[in-house]
Design a protein around this ligand. Structure first.
Ligand code: UD1
Ligand code: CA
Length: 466
């Protein structure tokens, strides 16, 4: 099943789409200067999906054929929406919401309902679109809500239609039921009315809201939160928080265990299997697939955690594969090509890159393992470093099955440690070690007897003079 929100179309929607082909227009031609961003406003990412992608996803899940109106950042918007297979209409200059829908007319069918919505309200749900469609009987059906602060919105004025903020009388300005910007309108009605829209000074904009009149159906019990418009980074973060919880709840419903639905952040591109565990504050992105347990504050990108594997607190994994029974962390770092086979143990402050650790191998503390092949059940002592880089090229290290590498060894690649070999602690190895051999590279220790206290005395005297 698809655990992502908006992923499941209800029976109501299928009935509607069977009755009539449904078209939707997404208005996404605006610039969004308040984001203070080089990126188009509607392309800002929310959990691995561009903002406008959330709207498109909701519309497609009710069976709509989607047309996106573009102008600013047109090429970028087209490219980002490629996975959704939508159609585009180009607004030659953004001259208001009425003009935006007018530029989409050529893409609309002759008859049938058209859902119209803005591209910057990513919290819109499929359920609300259904509800509006189900209530659609006249030429126009409008979704409205009671705003805490109606400033900036068009007011729903009974017996009149929508009066924009700029045109409100003081009495109208006090009305708190406002236009959400989500509508269903009949295609025929749009074709008939859009050409006659009159520009509103001072910016000479054409307002879509002029098509709403006393005959229109208004559903005024939507919730304000769902129509949060993203105009700046604070609203972007707010929207991200709501979506995070929605995605997590949807995964939880499929049997994923979350320590905390609010703080864990799982992108919609991620696959979580039933039985997977996600710790407090964990961040999982990209093409990650998780069936095992991910501890608190771990960061996973493009990482595959098999069932029975455990990633402990604070580990950062990117492009890694962790097999059943393996335990990683706390505070470990797995980089691209880290392949940890069954029952491997990678502990605190261990970094692994482009290396296979075969079944049961252990590197429990403070190591760098890069470009290495570590044999099954090999033991890598604390502080071992594979010196894989000579300043020009990278070289590989091969460690045989069951080998034992003493603590603080430097393995200068290219290097082979044979099966079952033992390397003494502190060795710097530049030559291959045969299987079953003991290699120790260590300078002899010099003991100067009865002299430690004398040396301390010397230091004290010197210190006193300063
Ligand atoms: C609009 C409504 C207002 C409603 C509010 C809800 C009109 C005239 N007013 O006001 O009644 O309460 O939304 O949020 O429609 N866009 C284009 N091309 C344009 C102009 C706008 O594509 O030429 C897009 C924008 O990118 C945006 C959406 O249409 O996604 C809404 O436009 P915006 O200017 O934000 O309308 P509001 O002033 O908020
Ligand atoms: Ca707006």
């Amino acid at each position: 099943m698809d655990p992502r929100p908006n992923g499941a179309a209800s029976c109501a929607a299928s009935r509607i789409s069977e009755r009539m082909p449904l078209t939707a227009v997404v208005l996404a031609a605006g610039l969004g200067t308040r984001m203070r961003s080089p990126l188009a406003k509607v392309l800002h990412p929310l959990l691995g999906r561009p903002m406008v992608g959330w709207i498109v996803e909701a519309l497609q899940s009710v069976g709509a054929d989607v047309v996106v109106v573009v102008h600013h950042h047109e090429e970028a918007v087209r490219a980002a929406l490629a996975p959704w297979n939508v159609r585009f209409a180009r607004q030659s200059a953004p001259r208001g919401t009425g003009d935006a829908v007018r530029s989409a007319l050529a893409e609309l069918p002759a008859t049938g309902p058209v859902v119209i919505t803005a591209g910057d309200t990513p919290l819109l749900t499929a359920a609300s679109i259904h509800r509006l469609l189900a209530a659609h009987r006249s030429n126009v059906t409008v979704a409205a809500f009671e705003a805490r602060d109606p400033a900036g919105y068009g007011r729903m004025v009974p017996g009149v239609g929508i009066v924009e903020q700029a045109a409100c009388t003081p009495d109208q300005a006090r009305l708190r039921v406002v236009n959400s910007g989500l509508y269903v309108m009949e295609a025929e009605y749009l074709r008939h009315r859009l050409p006659d829209l009159v520009p509103h000074p001072p910016k000479d904009e054409l307002w879509l809201t002029d098509l709403v009149d006393a005959e229109s159906t208004v559903l005024d019990d939507f919730t304000e939160a769902e129509f949060l418009g993203v105009n700046d980074r604070a609203q972007l973060a707010e929207a991200r928080g709501v979506l995070r919880r929605r995605v997590n709840r949807a995964f939880a419903a499929t049997g994923v265990d979350f320590a905390d639905l609010d703080s864990a952040s799982v992108d919609v591109t991620v696959t979580l299997q039933p039985g997977a565990g996600v710790g407090l504050g964990a961040v999982i992105t990209g093409d990650s697939r998780v069936a095992g347990q991910v501890g608190p504050h771990c960061v996973l990108h493009d990482t595959h955690v098999h069932a029975g594997a455990t990633i402990l607190a604070g580990s950062v994994c990117e492009g890694a594969v962790v097999h059943a029974g393996a335990v990683v962390g706390p505070l470990a770092r797995l980089r691209g090509g880290a392949d940890l086979r069954a029952d491997v143990r990678v502990g605190c402050f261990v970094e692994v890159k482009a290396s296979v650790l075969h079944e049961g191998a252990k590197a429990n503390h403070l190591s760098y393992i890069g470009d290495a092949d570590v044999g099954a059940y090999a033991n890598i002592g604390a502080g071992t470093i594979t010196c894989n880089y000579d300043g020009v090229s990278k070289h590989r290290t091969e460690i045989g099955t069951g080998a034992f590498i003493g603590s603080n060894s430097a393995l200068v690649a290219p290097l082979r440690i044979g099966e079952g070999a033992i390397v003494g602690a502190g060795s710097t190895l530049t030559q291959d070690v045969p299987p079953d051999a003991i290699a120790v590279e260590r300078s002899p220790v010099k003991h100067t007897l009865n002299s430690a206290e004398r040396l301390r005395g010397h230091y004290r005297k010197r210190g006193g003079r300063r």
